[in-house]
Design a protein around this ligand. Structure first.
Ligand code: HEC
Ligand code: HEC
Ligand code: HEC
Length: 472
């Protein structure tokens, strides 16, 4: 080849090479963004709600019991027909951060958009890239869709709710705090949405920010107080223990993650980077402590049975408890094989001790009842934590009646947990069925539906009007 021809080849090839290089760089940047989006989807636990038991990933159909009725999640795969494949970035952002669907209808706050409102633009973009480019399309609608009774079917009433309670702007870091603290606050309040479960709700189901993380009933379970209060909260759980709780779902001799927390740990928190988990721990341990009537940390309550006579004046075992079918019998026949006859658990702590156990000293014993009914089923890098349920569901090994659960739970609380708690058949029934109803739903239930809803809308309208007037 002569020099002239060589130059010609180079000149023609150069732009091709440059553009190939550029598109390779683009593809790498795309991959990077999609990977970041996938990590955020895990941190936000989208899959926990948008996947039905036994269903295809992210294809929706999971029933979420809310005080207003059952709300079903939707298909958020890249399917253009049944999923969100046709969403523009702007529409996706509106759904995620403002609770507005592509067709303009309002979402119910069972979709935690009030927390996702804090997601940064960059993170929303990465999530969008992941959902539209990398999540395989599932070309079918969810088996069930939401239809709530009047007046909750009025989706537009959520516009009032949003006007009152929705954060207007994405997260902005506090320059007075460390980068780690800010990262933790972002994750906790935004994607990981800890407050959706752990913060009690006000009259309108909004998170009561003045009682952030003070503990709340959550369907069948109780999400305990996780503020740093010495007795009511988790200050007795060290930073390292909280880290391990989030990563493995268990702190030996203190607490285990069952119910919704077990799912959140398995699908989300256990898969976060250690740096992100440390940031979460740093922030959670820095929030204001909120106390209640508790005078002893829940990880310290209860004693082995042999010491019980000395403890709080509780006698060892009453004769009715020891009767065939009584509480002590129920325990010996159903629980002792794993948790030990003295309830001390196994030496390696795989089977936890029932004294010094958070489940028996928080939320009035609700998590003890839920554990008896539903068991535990959680898997992390630490292995499988499995306890069968006794509530009579398909795979349970026994079907206790409500009275049996009451008897067993109260016996355990008296001897090994918070002896001031007393479980009732009503609580057991509530735990079996899902959600207790807050004031708003109860008012509507007792037949005052229309009047009540109108009054509420009127009040909301007046508040919104008032606040927009005062802003001017
Ligand atoms: C706590 C449960 C929960 C979590 C977590 C959750 N969602 Fe949802 N999402 C829902 C429910 C329920 C609906 C339907 C609400 C309704 O019908 O009003 C929904 C609706 C949506 C919609 C509207 C879809 C449509 O039908 O047009 C989008 C988009 C969406 N979610 C995306 C996400 C993404 C992305 C994540 C994670 C960042 C996520 N969701 C996490 C429960 C959840
Ligand atoms: C979907 C609801 C949900 C979310 C989200 C959630 N939690 Fe929980 N959490 C629970 C429930 C329910 C329990 C009780 C579990 C049990 O006792 O088996 C719990 C238990 C805990 C405990 C143990 C308390 C004790 O005394 O046993 C800690 C600590 C905790 N959560 C921290 C967090 C943090 C930090 C986040 C966010 C990164 C978070 N949780 C997000 C529902 C949730
Ligand atoms: C086959 C063994 C087995 C049997 C039988 C069993 N458990 Fe468990 N239990 C476990 C395991 C395993 C765990 C979970 C430990 C973990 O989360 O790491 C557990 C956890 C618990 C917890 C803590 C749950 C939480 O989320 O905080 C309580 C309370 C409990 N069991 C009570 C009982 C009672 C009461 C009975 C009898 C009705 C019983 N268990 C029967 C194995 C068993």
């Amino acid at each position: 080849m002569n020099t002239f021809a060589l130059i010609r080849v180079c000149v023609t090839a150069l732009p091709i090479a440059v553009s190939a290089l550029a598109s390779a760089q683009d593809a790498a940047a795309d991959d990077e963004e999609i990977k970041h989006g996938e990590y955020l989807a895990i941190a936000s636990d989208c899959g926990a709600c948008h996947t039905a038991p036994g269903g295809k990933p992210l294809a929706g159909g999971l029933p979420i019991e809310s005080p207003l009725g059952t709300i079903y999640s939707t298909n958020i795969t890249s399917s253009k027909l049944y999923g969100i494949g046709r969403y523009s970035l702007q529409q996706f952002s509106e759904a995620l951060r403002r609770g507005i669907r592509a067709d303009g209808a309002h979402l119910y706050p069972a979709m935690p958009y009030a927390s996702y409102a804090l997601l940064t633009d960059e993170d929303v973009k990465a999530l969008y890239a992941y959902f539209t480019k990398a999540v395989p399309a599932v070309e079918e609608p969810p088996a069930k869709t939401t239809s709530l009774p009047f007046p909750y079917d009025l989706r537009f009433s959520m516009a009032f709710w949003n006007a009152l309670f929705l954060e207007a702007n994405p997260f902005t870091p506090d320059p007075r705090r460390s980068a780690e603290w800010n990262r933790g606050k972002y994750l906790v309040d935004g994607p990981a949405h800890c407050g959706e479960c752990h913060t009690p709700r006000g009259f309108f189901m909004q998170q009561d920010r003045s009682r952030q993380f003070a503990g709340a009933v959550l369907g069948s379970w109780f999400a305990p107080n996780i503020t740093p209060d010495a007795n009511a909260g988790i200050s007795a759980m060290g930073a390292d223990e909280l880290f391990r709780y989030l990563k493995f779902g268990k702190v030996a001799g203190k607490a285990q993650a069952g119910g919704e927390m077990g799912i959140a740990v398995q699908l989300s928190f256990s898969k976060l980077s250690d740096d992100d988990l440390k940031a979460i721990v740093t922030y959670v341990r820095s929030v204001p402590a909120i106390g209640d009537a508790e005078t002893e940390a829940r990880f310290a309550q209860g004693k082995p049975l042999t010491e019980v006579a000395k403890f709080r004046g509780v006698g060892a075992m009453s004769s009715s408890e020891a009767l065939p079918g009584g509480a002590a019998q129920l325990f010996a026949a159903n629980c002792a094989s794993c948790h030990g006859i003295g309830a001390g658990g196994s030496r390696d702590n795989y089977f936890p001790s029932l004294f010094h156990n958070s489940a028996l000293a928080t939320g009035g014993g609700r998590n003890l009842v839920a554990t008896i009914l539903f068991g535990v089923n959680r898997s992390t890098a630490d292995g499988l934590a499995f306890m069968p349920g006794f509530g009579g569901n398909a795979t349970d090994i026994a079907a206790f009646t409500n009275e049996q659960v009451v008897e067993l739970a109260n016996y355990l609380l008296q001897h090994y947990g918070n002896a001031a708690y007393s479980v009732t058949p009503q609580m057991v029934e509530q735990v079996r069925s899902g959600a207790p109803k807050p004031l708003l739903a109860i008012l509507v239930d007792v037949g005052k539906g229309l009047v009540c809803a109108l009054v509420i809308l009127l009040i909301l309208w007046r508040i919104v009007r008032h606040s927009s007037l005062t802003r001017v």
